[in-house]
Design a binder for this molecule. Structure first.
Ligand code: C2E
Ligand code: CA
Ligand code: CA
Length: 635
C-alpha cells in the first residue's frame, strides 16, 4: 500500500483493522493506485524539467558564446570604420557667431593642426584660391536653415601643402525651432581633386607640346580681358606662323614636323614670363599673349623671339632653317574682344608674310614705326658705347637759402649720328630690358668719376656729383667693385660721389639690398633715394635704410599751391627728413613761388629748370666758377 495512504488510514484511527468489506478493499486499491500513478507522473515531470533546463542552459551558454563573438566582430568593424573615417573626415560644431564649440580629434590626421590651433586660427589657414570666396556665404545660408548641397574649399595643411575639403553643413535647432549652432562634416577630397585637375589639364593642353590648346586659350583670354578692363591694363597678342612648315612636313615627314613644333615651344617658353600666355591653335600656328606690356618690353621680346626662331634647328641628321612671320595686335587699341584681337593679329601676320616672311608687323602702323625704331636703337647701342655717342649732362643742385651750387646730377643723353640727341626716356628702359644697362651703367660710373677729377682740376672746387643707378644694375652688377675701382683710378674723395637709387631697389630681398648699400656707403659714398614718395617704402621704413639724402619727387613740388595754402605731403617729408637727419632735395623746381615755399618749410636744397636744365660739362664748369659753394661736407 502507498505510504501516504497508510499514514492517512492510521490518522483516522483504523490501525491494522481487518477490512472486510470488499467494496472498501476495492476503494483502497483504487486510491492506492491513484497515489502511485501521481507519483509516476511527478517523477516523469521532474525528469522532463531537469532535462529541458539542462538543454536550455546549454543553449544559453552557446548563445552567449556566439553573440560575444559576433559583438567582437562588429566592434572591430566599427573600429576600422572609425579609423578609416579619421583619415578622411572630421566633424565640428560652431555657434552662430562662427566660434567652434566642438571638433573631432581627426582634424590632426587630416590637416596636421592640433584641435586648439585649428579652433583658434582656422581663418588664417584658408588659401586664397578663388573657390574660397563663397565660404562665408555658404555658412550663412546653412545658419539661416537653408538646405544646400555640400561645397568645397581649399585649405593649408600644417606642412604648407594645399588640401581640398568637401563640407556638408547642417543647422542644429533648439526645442523652439531656432538655429542654435551649425554641425559640419568635412571630407578630405584632395586625391579626387588632384585626379580631376589632371583631367582638366589634359583637356586644356595641346597633346604634342603641352602648352594651352585653343579651347583653353579662349578661357585664359576671357579672364585676361576682364582683368585688363578692370585695371585699365594693356596687353599684346602675338600671332606666329612658321614659314614653309608644310614643306618640312611633306618632305621630311610628320614625325620631324612634330618634333620641330615641340622644339619651338621649348625655345620660346623660357623667354616669356610666367604670367604670359602661350598656346598652339593650329598646325604651325601659335599665339603668345604678353600681359602688362610697355613698348620697351614688347620690342625686346619680339626681337628675341624672331631671333630664336631664326637659329638653326637640329633634328637627328637634319639641320633645318625655319623662320617665322608674326602679327601683333594690342589691347585695347586694336580690339576690345578676343575675336577682334585675333582677327587683327592674323591680318598683321599676313602683312608680315607679304613683307617677305621672317618678319613681324603690328596691326597699327604707328606702332610698327615705334617698335622698329626701338629695335634699331637696341642694335645701335653697343656701337654707340664704343664710339662715344653717350654723353653725360649736368644739372646743378642748389642750396635754397643762398642759391649757390652744391653739386650736380649727371644725366645721360645719346648723341645719335642720324637721329640726333636722344633723351634717356627713349633708351634707358630698353637697355634695362636687354641687360645692356649693366655695361652702360658701368660706363656712367667710370665717366662720372673721370668728370669729377676733371672738374676738380679746372674749377678748384670739390663739389659732389650724383649719378643714377638703375635697379637692374643694382641687383645684378658688381656695383661695389665698379664704384671702388672708378674712385681709386681717378683718385677722388668718395664723399664727392653720390648714387641715386629708387625705392624699387628695396622691393625684393630688401635685407640683401640694405647690406649691399651699407657696403657701398662704407666707402664714404653718399646714397640718395630718388623720386621719393612715388614708390613703395613707407615713411616709417625710412630710418632702416642706409641713406644720406632723399629727393622729393617733382609731383610733390608741382602740388605746391600758388595761393599760400599748405602742401601737406611735402611738408611732412621735409619735416621727417630733418628729424631723421637726412638731407632733403626738392627736384623739378620751376617757379619762384615753389622755391619760396620750400625755403619757408626749411627744405635745404633743390634742383630744377628754375636755375638750369642739364648742361654740358663746359657750361657746368662756368656755373661753378661763378657761384659754387666750396664745402663738400655740406651734403
Ligand atoms: P630722374 O633721375 O628723376 O632725373 C630727373 C629728370 O627730370 C631729368 O630728366 C631732368 O632733366 C628732369 N628735370 C630736372 N629739372 C626739371 C624741371 O624743373 N622740370 C622738369 N619738367 N623736368 C626736370 P631726363 O634727363 O630726361 O632723365 C629722365 C630719367 O632717365 C631720369 O629721371 C632717370 O630715371 C633716367 N636717367 C637719366 N640719366 C640716367 C643715367 O645716367 N642712368 C640711369 N640709370 N638712368 C638715367
Ligand atoms: Ca635722379
Ligand atoms: Ca628723380
Amino acid at each position: 500500500m502507498h505510504r501516504l495512504l497508510k499514514r492517512q488510514i492510521k490518522k483516522i484511527g483504523c490501525g491494522d483493522v481487518e477490512c472486510t468489506s470488499a467494496q472498501i478493499k476495492r476503494l483502497l486499491r483504487l486510491v492506492d493506485q491513484t497515489y502511485r500513478d501521481g507519483d509516476d507522473d511527478r517523477l516523469l515531470l521532474e525528469n522532463t524539467l531537469t532535462i529541458s533546463s539542462k538543454e536550455m542552459q546549454g543553449l544559453y551558454q552557446e548563445l552567449e558564446r556566439k553573440s560575444q563573438k559576433e559583438l567582437a566582430k562588429s566592434e572591430e568593424r566599427f573600429h576600422r570604420l572609425i579609423e578609416n573615417l579619421q583619415n578622411h573626415y572630421f566633424f565640428y560644431v560652431h555657434d552662430t557667431e562662427g566660434v567652434f564649440t566642438d571638433l573631432s580629434d581627426s582634424i590632426t590626421n587630416i590637416l596636421g593642426y592640433t584641435k586648439e590651433e585649428f579652433m583658434q586660427y582656422y581663418g588664417d589657414f584658408l588659401s586664397d584660391d578663388p573657390m574660397n570666396a563663397k565660404v562665408y556665404e555658404y555658412t550663412q545660408r546653412a545658419l539661416s536653415s537653408e538646405r544646400q548641397p555640400p561645397y568645397e574649399l581649399s585649405i593649408y595643411h600644417k606642412d604648407g601643402s594645399v588640401r581640398y575639403l568637401e563640407i556638408t553643413e547642417l543647422p542644429l535647432l533648439s526645442a523652439t525651432g531656432e538655429v542654435e549652432a551649425l554641425e559640419g562634416i568635412a571630407r578630405d577630397i584632395t586625391k579626387q581633386y588632384a585626379a580631376q585637375e589632371k583631367i582638366f589639364h589634359l583637356a586644356k593642353h595641346d597633346d604634342l607640346t603641352g602648352i594651352s590648346n585653343r579651347f583653353y586659350l579662349d578661357e585664359q583670354l576671357q579672364t585676361l580681358l576682364a582683368s585688363a578692363k578692370r585695371h585699365e591694363k594693356s596687353f599684346a597678342m602675338l600671332f606666329l606662323d612658321l614659314d614653309h612648315f608644310k614643306q618640312i612636313n611633306d618632305t621630311l615627314g610628320h614625325d620631324v614636323g612634330d618634333r620641330l613644333l615641340q622644339q619651338v615651344v621649348a625655345r620660346i617658353s623660357p623667354n616669356i614670363r610666367e604670367e604670359d600666355i602661350f598656346a598652339r591653335i593650329g598646325g604651325d600656328e601659335f599665339i603668345i599673349v604678353l600681359t602688362n606690356v610697355d613698348e620697351a618690353y614688347l620690342a625686346v621680346t619680339i626681337g628675341k623671339i624672331m631671333e630664336l626662331m631664326r637659329q638653326i634647328w637640329i633634328m637627328d641628321d637634319y639641320e633645318l632653317k625655319v623662320s617665322t612671320s608674326m602679327g601683333i595686335s594690342l589691347y585695347p587699341q586694336d580690339g576690345k574682344t578676343m575675336i577682334e584681337l585675333m582677327k587683327n593679329a592674323d591680318i598683321a601676320m599676313y602683312r608680315a608674310k607679304e613683307l617677305g616672311r621672317d618678319n613681324f608687323s603690328f596691326f597699327t602702323d604707328e606702332l610698327n614705326q615705334i617698335v622698329h625704331e626701338e629695335m634699331r636703337l637696341e642694335q645701335d647701342m653697343a656701337q654707340a658705347l664704343r664710339t662715344h655717342q653717350f654723353k653725360l649732362f649736368y644739372q646743378p643742385k642748389m642750396e635754397l637759402a643762398t642759391d649757390r651750387i652744391i653739386g650736380a646730377e649727371a644725366l645721360i643723353k645719346w648723341d645719335h649720328p642720324q637721329m640726333g640727341m636722344i633723351l634717356p626716356d627713349k633708351f634707358i628702359a630698353l637697355a634695362e630690358n636687354t641687360g645692356f644697362i649693366l655695361r652702360l651703367g658701368a660706363w656712367i660710373i667710370e665717366e662720372g668719376c673721370r668728370a669729377i677729377a676733371r672738374i676738380n682740376r679746372t674749377t678748384n672746387t670739390h663739389v659732389h656729383l650724383s649719378i643714377n643707378i638703375s635697379t637692374r644694375q643694382f641687383q645684378h652688377g658688381d656695383l661695389f667693385k665698379t664704384i671702388k675701382d672708378a674712385l681709386d683710378e681717378n683718385d677722388i674723395d668718395p664723399k664727392q660721389f653720390t648714387i641715386e637709387i629708387t625705392e624699387s631697389v628695396m622691393m625684393e630681398n630688401s635685407d640683401e639690398m640694405i647690406r649691399r648699400l651699407e657696403k657701398i656707403r662704407e666707402l664714404g659714398v653718399h646714397i640718395c633715394l630718388d623720386d621719393f614718395g612715388t614708390g613703395y617704402s613707407s615713411l616709417a621704413y625710412l630710418h632702416r635704410l642706409p641713406i644720406d639724402a632723399i629727393k622729393i619727387d617733382k609731383s610733390f613740388v608741382d602740388a605746391i599751391p600758388k595761393d599760400g595754402r599748405k602742401a601737406i605731403l611735402l611738408d611732412t617729408i621735409v619735416a621727417m627728413g630733418r628729424t631723421l637727419g637726412i638731407a632733403v632735395i626738392a627736384e623739378g623746381v620751376e617757379e619762384e613761388y615753389q622755391r619760396d615755399y620750400l625755403i619757408k618749410q626749411g627744405c635745404l636744397f633743390y634742383q630744377g629748370y628754375l636755375f638750369s636744365h642739364s648742361v654740358r660739362e663746359e657750361e657746368y664748369i662756368e656755373y661753378l666758377n661763378e657761384n659754387a659753394l666750396l664745402a663738400i661736407d655740406k651734403y
